[in-house]
Design a protein around this ligand. Sequence first.
Ligand SMILES: Nc1ncnc2c1ncn2[C@@H]1O[C@H](COP(=O)(O)OP(=O)(O)OP(=O)(O)O)[C@@H](O)[C@H]1O
Ligand SMILES: [Mg+2]
Length: 275
Amino acid sequence: MHMELSPMEVISETKPSGNYVFRAQGLSKTFGHVKAIRNVSIELRRGEVLALFGDNGAGKSTLTKMLCGVYTPDSGTIEIDDEHIVMKGTRDAEDRGITVVHQDLALAPDLTVLENMFLGHEILRGGILKPFGFLARREMAEKTESALQSLSIRLPSLSLAVKDLSGGQRQAVAVARANMWSRSGILMDEPTAALGTIQSDIVCSLIRSTADAGAGVMVISHDIPRILEIANRVIVLRHGEVALDEPIGSLSRSDVVAAMVGLAGADPEDKEDNK
Ligand SMILES: Nc1ncnc2c1ncn2[C@@H]1O[C@H](COP(=O)(O)OP(=O)(O)OP(=O)(O)O)[C@@H](O)[C@H]1O
Ligand SMILES: [Mg+2]
């Protein structure tokens, strides 16, 4: 109906009232006797950067994996586009416009950069682009090149296997891939952990501009000062529970650290009666 709309514009055209990427309530996840996530409610709004902080083992990755369909919550609900969703894999999340960059990356090491960028999106090859035949590959290469260029990533070749890239290059490809396919939201688990200073700054400004363009971005990081500069809201997890959930306002690094270590009046022992 409209010409030349980017996927994100299509979403805002068709879902003008959808302010939330997702809303989750009362999520819990237990592994054996480890309560990794306990009664966590979290929502991501379009246009915001939500920083998710917490010490090692606080439950950030577990929470992210529930929000993108890798893990099924033991209890709680996830709502996307005003609908309760039970996701059975990341494809279910991607179909709803939410992409994820996992801490452990989840690229296919033996496939090339180009193949990784389109992994799981065969519909493009068999569907929309099918009438163009051999042109499909050129379109894919152009799309990939511009996605990489927007991150200032220079690679020797798109035909290189991902296992032959450096750790930082690999992470950059994963970020570019998520950015290319997201429509409403991106979840990033430590997107800058393997990146140098310059690349980290580029990824952070890309996160900010992605949110400014209308998507919601949830970013997990241990680089608190850098992320505070681009965040609209902060959630801190401690021992699997929400210890702080506030707009950025005048939050400082020390407020965040205090909540992470339990010095902000957020001792989970005091909240046992919430369950
Ligand atoms: N698949 C699993 N099986 C058993 N225990 C798990 C599993 N995944 C996570 N855990 C446990 O759940 C808790 C939360 O782990 P999680 O990976 O979510 O922490 P995190 O906040 O992402 O930490 P980090 O900052 O180190 O990445 C930890 O105690 C961890 O050992
Ligand atoms: Mg983690």
